[in-house]
Ligand binder design. Structure first.
Ligand SMILES: [Mg+2]
Length: 119
């Protein structure tokens, strides 16, 4: 199932407004919430080795929980973009183009160096 981002943002707005939560959803609080949900995603990997982390992502129950944390992050991010009138998909496209220019394939392929350290 796939719906347009604008449709999801309308549902997020409805969910929030039915509960009168806009008063709490200022940019600072939403940015904090995105970070907290990202930390909840990280909890799935805390203390696990690389191999254990890989195995964890193949466990059905863990996958369900990981998907929920990813959704929490995405919902707050989509709401923040909506509230700030930022076209999130356009911003992602622009950033991907910027990243492609910063990390040309011939210099960045197989390297984890930061763009400023690429030769
Ligand atoms: Mg969560």
């Amino acid at each position: 199932m796939s719906v347009p981002l604008s449709e999801l943002q309308a549902r997020i707005r409805k969910f929030r407004d039915e509960r009168d939560w806009m008063q709490f959803h200022n940019p600072k609080n939403l940015a904090i919430s995105i970070s907290l949900e990202a930390a909840e995603l990280l909890e799935h990997f805390q203390w696990r080795s690389f191999e254990e982390s890989e195995a964890h992502t193949r466990d059905p129950e863990a996958r369900r929980e990981i998907a929920e944390e990813m959704a929490d992050i995405a919902i707050y991010l989509a709401e923040l973009a909506d509230n700030l009138d930022i076209d999130l998909l356009a911003a992602m496209e622009t950033k991907l183009e910027k990243n492609a220019a910063k990390y040309p394939v011939e210099k960045a392929r197989g390297s984890h160096k930061k763009y400023s350290d690429l030769e």
